[in-house]
Design a protein around this ligand. Sequence first.
Ligand code: NAD
Ligand code: DAU
Length: 353
Amino acid sequence: MILVTGGAGFIGSNFVLDWLALHDEPVLNLDKLTYAGNLESLSSIAKDPRHIFIHGDIGNPTLVAQLLAEHRPRAILNFAAESHVDRSIHGPADFIQTNIVGTFNLLESVRAYLNGLDSEGKAAFRFLHVSTDEVYGSLQPGEPPFAETRRYEPNSPYSASKASSDHLVRAYHHTYGLPVLTTNCSNNYGPYHFPEKLIPLCILNALSGKSLPIYGDGQQVRDWLYVKDHCSALRRVLEAGQPGENYNVGGWNEKPNLEVVHTLCHILDALRPRPDGASYTSQITYVTDRPGHDRRYAIDASKLERELGWTPAETFETGIRKTVQWYLDHGDWVSNVSSGAYRQWLDQNYAAR
Ligand code: NAD
Ligand code: DAU
């Protein structure tokens, strides 16, 4: 079996669902169920014996050692993290604890676990660490996209904590020979995305008649990848990646935020027109910028294509249409995540902007 951490979050739940649709190999899913973890995203496999859910913290050494000894996974995919830049600005402590200390704990537990495996088990084992393009910092207009050789220059508490975890993963390979793989992916979007991030937030705000908050001038560029393409890249890296290597994952879809929000509005105008006939773009509002806001991310994913033959299946146009349709079709999921705690976050992040 494989051990997935953070498998009740946005990307982790998509990964688990896709994995079990494609394989019979069981998944042990360790998740702390923070505000971002949602078992409802996994309701379709709630009774599937191939999915074992454990409610717990990657930072708990006793629990992790016990799970490894009992279930003897052949691989770990580490999705568990605090993942939202804005929350890291309001309160970085949880990011240090989960992203750095939690990853350190997993690495230490794996080190001990590998000592107990025979040489065949050791050679086959993989620790795949799911990281982000934000560790590379911000690009100037016209600069080439981030390659794996780009130096790390994280700018937010979130990206600094992810960069730290990447360095620990790298060090455990060099020092102890841990068979690690690190992936650095650009912005994901798609089903089960918690509506604190730009795309789901704007879809839900548009439909409920609220403003669509654009930070600063809206000309910050992100490189968008449909989440299922990220999951297929992770499966490919797990299968054929070279231990000790980093792989960038991206969709070659650089877009300014304002253009993304306009695209969402136009899709909604066609699929769910406003009763007054106006475009949803009329709800766009400019608000105070994010402190230290990175201007541009762009991923050069050519190593993954060249060495492992991976390419994304979706363009931004196909993926974003599917995403909007998914949110229109999943009103129950949406109303359950838009709970009291979520509304508190909206007040904290937007009231003073
Ligand atoms: P998410 O916030 O939606 O989900 C994170 C999950 O981790 C949640 O289920 C949460 O309950 C769980 N978790 C948090 N702390 C934990 C702990 N201490 N122990 C166990 N579980 C814990 O995040 P996501 O968007 O799905 O991102 C998953 C991973 O991918 C993260 O490592 C993130 O840095 C990385 N990533 C995300 C994106 C993106 O665009 N969302 C892009 C590149 C990389
Ligand atoms: O690049 C990969 C990263 O993408 C991941 O590592 C992170 O886990 C993930 O959260 C995401 O980070 P971003 O900060 O880019 O995502 P977010 O959706 O928060 O913001 C996308 C852009 O939109 C960013 O430039 C900020 C802007 N924005 C965001 C929100 C929530 C707005 O203009 N208004 C908003 O209300």
